[in-house]
Design a protein around this ligand. Structure first.
Ligand code: FPP
Length: 236
C-alpha cells in the first residue's frame, strides 16, 4: 500500500480529476459472475487509482460511487455497494495515520443506514485536516446538488447571486476547479455527474470497463489532457 504522506508527488497539470466508474456489471457478466463481484473488483481498482492520482500530484479526486438513481437497482446489488462502502470506510479509518487523504461525502446522507451515515461522518471528521481531497459521490445527483446549493443561498437570504456564490455552496466547494472527467465503460454521457463543475472540464472516454482500468490508462488520460488546448470559450 502506498503512503501518500511520504510519496514524492510530482506536479500534474490536472488539479482535480473525476471518475465515472462504469462497467462493473459487464465485467462480472463476462466472467459468469454476479454483478456484485464486479463492484467488489471495482472497489479495489478505485483504491489503487485514487492513490495513483495523489502520487501524481493531483490535489482532488471525485468518484461517482452511487447515484440518486442507483436506488432503483435490485436490492441485493444496492446492499452490496453499501457493504463495500462500509468496508472501505473502516479501512480508510484504520489507515488514516498513514495517509494524507481527506474524505468528503458529496451527496445527501439522508437515505444511508444510520450505521453507514455515522461511519461516513466520523471519517469525514477525522480526516478533515488532511491535504489530498477524495470526494465520494454517494447518493449523489448533479441536479440534486444544485437544488441543495440554491436552497442554502435562499436560507442565507441571498438574492444577488453570482457564479462564485453557487460554486461556494456546492458539495465540492473545498476542491479546486474540475479539470478532467474520465468515464470508463464505453458510454458517452454525463449521467447527472458534476454538471455545474464540468462546464469547462475536459472529458476522457474509454471503452475499458472500470475493473480493468489501470495506472497505465490513467497516465494515457493525463497525457491526453496535457496535449489539449483549453480555451475556456476564448481564443489562443
Ligand atoms: C457503474 O457500473 C458502477 C456503479 C453504479 C457503482 C460503482 C461502485 C464501485 C466502483 C464500488 C464502490 C465502492 C467503493 C468503496 C467506492 P455498472 O454497474 O453500471 O456497470 P454496467 O454498466 O457494466 O452494468
Amino acid at each position: 500500500m502506498q503512503d501518500t504522506k511520504t510519496a514524492k508527488a510530482p506536479t500534474s497539470p490536472v488539479r482535480h480529476i473525476a471518475f465515472i466508474m462504469d462497467g462493473n456489471g459487464r465485467w462480472a457478466k463476462r466472467r459468469g459472475l454476479p454483478r456484485q463481484k464486479g463492484h467488489a473488483e471495482g472497489a479495489k481498482v478505485f483504491d489503487t487509482i485514487v492513490r495513483a492520482c495523489f502520487a501524481r500530484g493531483i490535489e482532488a479526486v471525485t468518484v461517482y460511487a452511487f447515484s440518486t438513481e442507483n436506488w432503483s437497482r435490485p436490492e441485493a446489488e444496492v446492499n452490496a455497494i453499501m457493504k463495500l462502502m462500509g468496508q472501505y470506510l473502516r479501512y480508510a479509518e484504520k489507515t488514516l495515520a498513514d495517509n494524507d487523504i481527506r474524505i468528503i461525502f458529496i451527496g445527501s446522507k439522508d437515505r444511508l443506514s444510520p450505521a453507514l451515515r455515522k461511519k461516513a461522518e466520523a471519517v469525514e471528521e477525522k480526516s478533515k485536516h488532511k491535504t489530498h481531497i477524495l470526494n465520494i459521490a454517494f447518493n449523489y445527483g448533479g441536479r440534486d446538488e444544485l437544488v441543495y446549493a440554491f436552497r442554502q443561498l435562499a436560507a442565507e437570504g441571498k438574492t444577488d447571486i453570482t457564479e462564485d456564490d453557487i460554486s461556494a455552496h456546492l458539495y465540492t466547494a473545498a476542491s479546486p476547479a474540475l479539470d478532467l472527467v474520465v468515464r470508463t465503460g464505453g458510454d458517452i454521457r454525463i449521467s447527472n455527474f458534476l454538471i455545474w463543475q464540468s462546464a469547462y472540464a475536459e472529458y476522457y472516454f474509454t471503452k475499458t470497463l472500470w475493473p480493468d482500468f489501470s495506472e497505465e490508462e490513467l497516465d494515457k488520460a493525463l497525457s491526453e489532457f496535457g496535449a489539449r488546448e483549453r480555451r475556456f470559450g476564448g481564443v489562443q
